[in-house]
Ligand binder design. Structure first.
Ligand code: G3I
Ligand code: 9MR
Ligand code: ZN
Length: 543
């Protein structure tokens, strides 16, 4: 039994809805004065598919005065305390971005920037090729592959996930620059670039190293197997360069083309280097068909396998078209070719990046793919309408179906918010505000309006999750985890021992979650589960 709210809070003028699992008369209490500012009764919403519960809604949109509040039911049940505030998501925005700094690999995290979450420089030894490692080649070739962000709770660094996280962040900056002028207290703070670009630059500098001499991009850089649960500097396993894949190469081409544009005013030399790298990767793509990736026998680090590289190629052609004007005819032809293929155009995750192509096309100030715009616009708005219809049918006002609770379901939740945000930017007034509200509903779920009554961001909300599957969190001996991390969230078929032990068979998808450090399939963190939240909070900060 519970009353579930966005535990961080609501914007004063926005719609404000809580969810309860029982009917009641409620009061909205100002927690400073302990006075009731509103009372009412719940509205029955029927059974919710994703949580399997009978659900009721509490609408308190009428209250707009800033303050700290909680909901109290006639039977004494109460919600967590939350804010109504103009800048409700400001601190969250900086924190989910700062979290990426804690993933920096190859350098020391000092107290000045990392507070208590310090560690010595990690993974500084040279890397070798996988084949040399497997063949035990005497004096193997060695490479400096240091830098970048640890992908997640493991210490691997993977090309496609890196490219996707960077794309969310760089597009957030392109679309909402005013909202992303934040000071993150990182070593580069105070230089000539906004800190979001400084932090991304750290990752991009490493990513450039992931290009092979022939232009292809290596799929990943990890040890053969995952490290034990030790601090990063204590992980002394040999890191190795895994083979090139076409998926990694296309994602690499796309994000380098994008970065070349974004950094042109600040780092012209890097901008040129990034474009040259993108073009080289493009030439590799032109010369090579699909090249997949699978772990060699006995290796268990992240696989990020993908049977289809067409969405990645679509995205690469869209970004290069925008950046490399000299060869635009080539990219436009390819873009048209891929556009005609039957595939999604609306996804923003690591497996399917097609939505990033849509974003590139529709938000191009020079309209390089003008003839494709009406079609893409229609696809985007049709998907936005489908998501709104899902919300209308959901007692949690959440655009998710039971089958959408895959590993990392919070990414699906947040990627759908991104899509609704784009729809809101494209649509006319009234429609725009309803897309905006729908995008915000996805954030309300993430921050506590869910059947677990949990905020899936560490440090944000009275009942935020506390035990991410993250090696430093386990090994550092500090009680609280680093703030600003987004959990992967409920997974309908959890597959790690910690979750399988504690989640009974038949549990509804929205409840297939445990806040347990051992649960990598429901409670890990990753760079590309945080990056969409930077995009979302930047948008909601717009006045
Ligand atoms: O592609 C199928 C889709 O066709 C199907 O409809 C759907 C329904 O279950 O499943 C889809 O595949 C899932 C895939 O993710 C794409 O969403 C797999 O079941 C699921 O097992 C897979 O999970 C991935 C997981 O690694 C295991 O490979 C996660 O997305 C991915 O985020 C996660 O990544 C790990 C890295 O390997 C290592 N680093 C940490 C990171 C986070 O946990
Ligand atoms: O800790 C690993 C996590 O980062 C990955 O997402 C997950 C899937 O690749 O694997 C985790 O590592 C586990 C490994 O797969 C099996 N043995 C236990 C490891 C950690 O508990
Ligand atoms: Zn490291």
């Amino acid at each position: 039994m519970g009353i579930y709210v966005n535990q961080v809070g609501y914007l004063p003028k926005a719609k404000k809805v809580a969810v309860s699992t029982f009917p009641c008369n409620f009061q909205l209490i100002n927690s400073q004065t302990q006075c009731s500012v509103l009372d009412g009764t719940t509205t029955p919403m029927g059974i919710d598919d994703c949580s399997g519960e009978q659900v009721y809604q509490i609408d308190f949109s009428a209250v707009m005065s800033p303050g700290s509040y909680y909901l109290l039911a006639g039977n004494g049940e109460r919600s967590h305390t939350f804010q109504i505030e103009e800048n409700a998501y400001e601190a969250l925005k900086s924190s989910v971005m700062k979290a990426l700094y804690y993933q920096r690999c190859g350098c020391e995290l000092s107290e000045k920037y990392a507070g208590v979450y310090t560690h010595k420089a990690c993974h500084t030894a040279p890397s070798v090729f996988l084949e040399d490692y497997i063949n035990k080649t005497p004096s193997p070739r060695q490479f400096d592959m240091t830098g970048g962000w640890h992908d997640a709770g493991d210490y691997g660094r993977y090309t496609s996930p890196a490219a996707v996280a960077l794309a969310h962040l760089l597009y957030a900056y392109e679309l909402f620059p005013e909202q992303l002028q934040m000071d993150l207290n990182i070593p580069e703070t105070g230089n000539d670039m906004p800190d979001i670009l400084n932090e991304c630059f750290y990752e991009l500098t490493w990513l450039l190293k992931m290009q092979a001499p022939d232009g292809g991009a290596y799929h990943k850089l990890t040890s053969f197997s995952h490290a034990d649960f030790v601090m990063p500097e204590d992980d002394l396993m040999q890191f190795m360069i895994f083979p090139v894949s076409s998926m990694a190469t296309a994602d690499f081409a796309a994000v380098m083309a994008l970065a070349s544009r974004v950094y042109a005013p600040f780092r012209p030399e890097f901008s040129e280097k990034a474009l040259a790298a993108a073009k080289k990767a493009w030439d590799w793509l032109e010369a090579n068909p699909y090249v997949g990736f699978h772990n060699p026998a006995g290796s268990n680090t992240g696989e990020y396998d993908d049977e289809c590289d067409l969405d990645e190629r679509l995205w690469a052609s869209a970004e290069l078209l925008r950046t490399d004007a000299e060869n635009s005819a080539v990219y436009l032809n390819k873009l048209k070719e891929y556009s005609a293929m039957p595939m999604s155009k609306t996804d923003f995750g690591w497996t399917d990046v097609s939505g990033l192509a849509t974003l590139a096309i529709l938000f191009d100030p020079s309209h390089s793919a003008q003839e494709l715009e009406p079609e893409y616009r229609k696809i985007l708005l049709t998907e936005a309408d489908r998501l709104c219809a899902l919300q209308a049918a959901s007692a949690y006002q959440l655009a998710m179906k039971p089958e959408d609770f895959v590993w990392g379901s919070n990414m699906v939740v947040c990627n759908r918010s991104m899509l609704l945000i784009l729809a809101s930017l494209l649509a006319e007034q009234e429609q725009a505000s309803s897309y905006r509200e729908a995008a915000l509903n996805q954030l309300h779920y993430l921050l506590g309006r869910n059947a677990m009554d949990i905020s899936y961001v560490t440090g944000f909300g009275e009942n935020a999750f506390k035990n991410p599957h993250n090696r430093p969190t386990h090994a550092d001996g500090i009680e609280l985890p680093m703030p600003g991390w987004v959990s992967g969230g409920p997974f309908k078929t959890p597959c790690d021992p910690a979750a399988m032990e504690r989640i009974p068979a038949g549990t509804p998808p929205m409840k297939c979650y445990v806040d347990d450090v051992g649960s990598y399939s429901t409670n890990e963190i990753t760079i590309y589960w945080n990056s969409p939240v930077v995009f979302m909070t930047a948008f909601f900060a717009e006045k």
